[in-house]
Design a protein around this ligand. Structure first.
Ligand SMILES: [Cu+2]
Length: 351
């Protein structure tokens, strides 16, 4: 178990979970026509001793119509994976981001109907429903884990329709107002989050103050911070959302890299209690043994240390491997409302 968990961390911290794909996104597109998953991006996860695999299937996608997104999760012998683990409150996580990087969703098969049934598990077949609000290209990311491996896989889809997603709007604003959405069940919200409808004018909704380092370099760890206020009050009773203080989905504005990770109340250990710092003996370059602080983790600790109420200040620490402009989607839970936020950062080339 430990080994796998370390592997997870190593992947997260060394690769930053960035996934690249070579082909231009529109290479195989035809006019307004959906052609199914356009490209399976290379994935740097789950290629260990007992890897997990995922196939993705959709019917023709049309904006504003309910679509079923189907995933088939198998092991290296092409057998359905029957031992997926609940992590962050769900077994199967699906993230959807539009090419405007201002439309997104964070949904799970458990959010629909009777949830994950034994029949679905026996077949390795999972699905979510989503209404793509506008036409264009979307990134669909799948995340699962079992005791042996983790899988983070990305697919691109093309959605037809007349009303197209806007181009990316660069916005380096650091104080913004966002309207929360009412939870549709515990930590459940299955409709599209759209910046255009959830970013309020000054004084409307939650005032979110974002801070990031002046300079962020590719491959170097950095920390971002958030402050939540409502009216004149600091929000001190934020609650865990899907077993974390805050969820982040960080996407490059060409959809070419994605990182899903979690935040912590300011002043808490990294990742809201997920990280355990252990001292281990290492031999230094000059031959001396010394105690070095190492990061270790146990997925069983996920969320265990997230307090029941926290705020107004939250933080997240990340490494992004590729330069470019990124949209940082955040989600927190406040008294039955999920509060989304969107802030952009620039990652400079490492010298
Ligand atoms: Cu999730």
């Amino acid at each position: 178990m430990k080994k796998i968990l370390m592997l997870w961390l190593i992947l997260v911290f060394t690769s930053g979970c960035t996934i690249e794909h070579d082909a231009p996104l529109d290479e195989h597109m035809e006019d307004g026509e959906h052609i199914g998953p356009m490209a399976e991006m290379e994935d740097h996860h789950g290629v260990e001793e007992t890897p997990l695999f995922a196939e993705f299937e959709v019917d023709k996608l049309v904006a504003a119509e309910v679509a079923e997104l189907r995933f088939h999760i198998t092991d290296h012998q092409d057998e359905p994976v029957i031992n997926l683990m609940v992590h962050h409150g769900r077994k199967v996580h699906v993230l959807i981001i539009g090419e405007d990087v201002a439309t997104f969703a964070h949904i799970h098969p458990e959010d629909f109907g009777s949830g994950i049934t034994p029949e679905m598990e026996a077949a390795g077949a999972y699905s979510v429903k989503y209404t793509f609000p506008q036409a264009g290209t979307y990134l669909v990311a799948l995340e699962v884990m079992n005791p042996d491996s983790t899988l983070s896989k990305q697919f691109m889809v093309e959605v037809g329709g007349d009303d197209a997603l806007d181009a990316v709007v660069p916005d380096m604003g650091r104080i913004k107002y966002f309207t929360g959405v009412e939870e549709q069940g515990e930590d459940r919200y299955v409709d599209p989050y759209m910046l255009s409808s959830l970013q309020g004018g000054i004084g409307k909704g939650y005032r979110v103050t974002f801070d990031a380092p002046q300079e962020i370099k590719a491959g170097e760890e950095f920390t971002i911070s958030y402050r939540f206020e409502l009216g004149e009050e600091e929000v001190t009773d934020l609650e865990p959302f899907l077993d974390a203080a805050m969820h982040f989905v960080i996407v490059r504005d060409d959809l070419g890299a994605l990182l899903h990770w979690h935040g912590r109340p300011r002043g808490m250990s990294d990742q809201g209690g997920e990280m355990i710092h252990d001292k281990v003996m290492e031999t230094s370059s000059d031959g001396h043994d010394e105690m070095v602080e190492k990061e270790d983790s146990d997925m069983m600790h996920l969320g265990a240390n997230v307090p029941g109420a926290f705020g107004p200040d939250l933080e997240g620490t990340f490494t992004l491997e590729k330069p470019g402009r990124y949209q940082v989607f955040g989600q927190v839970n406040h008294q039955g409302k999920i509060i989304p936020s969107w802030f952009m950062i620039e990652v400079e080339d490492a010298e």
